[in-house]
Design a binder for this molecule. Structure first.
Ligand code: RP5
Length: 164
C-alpha cells in the first residue's frame, strides 16, 4: 500500500493555516487526507479517524489545533506511528496556550511539535520520515533544499551592500 499522511484539525477554522501542510505535501508528491476531528467536541470521532487511518496505511499523523490543544496528544494516544503537532494561534494568547499544550507531553507518548502555525514544517518533517525508506522522496527533498539555497543567494543579491 502506498504510504500517506493523515492530517487532523480541531476545527474548520484551522483549515486555512493547515492548508499550508497540504500544499507542501502536494509539492513533495506525498498523498494525504485532511479531516476535522476535535479532541474535546468529538472524542469518539477522533479515535475512529485515527484507528481507521492506521488500518488504512497512514504512516505519519499531523494534528493541528488551537487553544487548549489536546488533539495531537490524543491522536498520539491512539497510535504508535509518529505524530507531529501544530499549535495554532487565534486565541487571545496568540497560540502560546496551544504551543504549551502540544509540546508538554508526558514521557512515553511523544508529539513532535513544530512552531506556532508551522504547518509547512510539519509536512516537511512528515515527508522526511517517509523518505527514510523512499529514496525517490529523499531525492525530492534534496532538490527542494538546493532550490532554497539558490533562493537565499538570489535574495542576497537584491540587498547586498558594500563600502569596501
Ligand atoms: C480548537 O479550538 C480548534 O482547533 C480551533 O483552533 C479552536 C477554535 O475552534 P472553533 O471555535 O473555531 O471551532 O479546538
Amino acid at each position: 500500500m502506498k504510504h500517506w499522511v493523515c492530517i487532523l484539525i480541531g476545527s474548520d477554522s484551522d483549515a486555512p493555516t493547515m492548508e499550508q501542510a497540504c500544499a507542501a505535501l502536494d509539492e513533495a508528491g506525498v498523498a494525504y487526507e485532511m479531516k476535522v476531528a476535535s479532541a474535546h467536541r468529538s472524542p469518539e470521532r477522533t479515535k475512529q479517524v485515527v484507528t481507521d487511518a492506521e488500518r488504512d496505511g497512514a504512516r505519519v499523523f499531523i494534528a493541528g489545533a488551537g487553544m487548549a490543544a489536546h488533539l495531537p496528544g490524543v491522536v498520539a494516544s491512539f497510535t504508535t506511528r509518529p505524530v507531529i503537532g501544530v499549535p495554532l494561534s487565534g486565541s487571545s494568547l496568540q497560540g502560546l496556550d496551544a504551543l504549551l499544550a502540544v509540546v508538554q507531553m508526558p514521557p512515553g507518548i511523544p508529539v513532535a511539535t513544530v512552531a506556532i502555525g508551522g504547518a509547512r514544517n510539519a509536512a516537511v518533517l512528515a515527508t522526511q520520515i517517509l523518505a527514510v525508506e523512499d529514496s525517490a522522496l529523499a531525492a525530492r527533498l534534496k532538490e527542494q533544499r538546493s532550490k532554497m539555497a539558490a533562493a537565499v543567494a538570489e535574495k542576497s543579491k537584491q540587498v547586498e551592500r558594500s563600502t569596501r
